[in-house]
Design a protein around this ligand. Structure first.
Ligand SMILES: Nc1ncnc2c1ncn2[C@@H]1O[C@H](COP(=O)(O)OP(=O)(O)OP(=O)(O)O)[C@@H](O)[C@H]1O
Ligand SMILES: [Mg+2]
Length: 239
């Protein structure tokens, strides 16, 4: 049996009559990137909320490294290694990059937050920008800072909700390379929600497709891309 870093078992979140998620089971292995795609409203952001503890589950379980964390709050789950990046909201625009990352690490309770922050900055090629205030960063660099803030304390799992949105092709490729490097060097597992199909199918080890709160396909990228149901439901029959 494979030891999964993360497993959701039959996870559901209902909002009144709306079944945002309705029985989602998925797994992440160590260092694996799982791409998650599906039409607008399919439940992609909601599954991230379910895993991180931002929304209570209607039913099902979230298992991290074999431990059922379904009843834990978001802060406790983050400390156990379930991290996500938020877009923009996490950046204090007037503060230098290094200081922000150190502060985030300190708040996480990391004992040597300076060393932790430095490692993250090096990994994301942000160390040379350590003294620059966030508002003076380029857009692509700001996205890398979002990622840096999510990486303090060496999480086991990173959940990213459309991290490439608004980036140029070059910036997207750059971010994709950093993600790939992270998974191999730090053995972080990544759940990547992304509309850019080229990025998803090129860097993911596995792809899951959602429709109306359910998994309609899951497997290796090539296999998922060829699935008739996926082509019909999402990629368009011409894909
Ligand atoms: N707070 C809420 N109250 C009621 N319904 C909600 C709430 N949040 C999300 N939903 C509904 O849950 C469903 C899933 O939404 P979700 O945001 O997870 O989709 P998504 O796949 O992330 O879509 P997108 O690609 O547009 O980001 C949608 O039908 C949405 O309208
Ligand atoms: Mg969404």
């Amino acid at each position: 049996m494979t030891a999964y870093v993360l497993e959701t078992r039959d996870v559901a979140i209902h909002y009144g009559g709306v079944k945002a998620l309705d029985g989602v089971s998925l797994t992440l292995e160590k260092g694996q990137i799982r791409g998650l795609i599906g039409p607008n409203g399919a439940g992609k952001s909601t599954v991230i909320d379910a895993i991180t503890g931002r929304r209570p589950l209607t039913r099902g379980q979230v298992i991290l490294d074999g431990q059922d964390v379904s009843q834990l709050g978001a802060v406790a789950r983050r400390r156990l290694g379930l991290s996500r990046s938020f877009q923009r909201t996490s950046i204090f625009t007037g503060m230098p990059v290094r200081k922000q990352v150190e502060l985030a690490s300190y708040k996480m309770g990391v004992s040597d937050s300076a060393a932790d922050a430095e490692a993250v900055l090096q990994e994301l090629d942000l160390a040379r920008l350590g003294d620059v205030v966030a508002e003076d960063l380029g857009y692509g660099e700001q996205r890398r800072l979002d990622l840096a803030l999510a990486l303090v304390g060496r999480p086991k799992m990173l959940m990213l909700d459309e991290p490439m949105a608004g980036l140029s092709v070059k910036e997207s490729l750059d971010l994709a390379q950093h993600l790939k490097a992270l998974t191999s060097r730090w053995e972080v597992s990544v759940l990547l929600v992304e509309h850019d199909m080229d990025v998803v199918f090129s860097i993911s080890d596995a792809v899951t497709v959602f429709e109306l709160g359910r998994v309609i396909a899951s497997g290796e990228p090539a296999q998922v891309r060829a699935d008739p149901r996926v082509r019909e439901a999402y990629l368009g029959s011409a894909a």
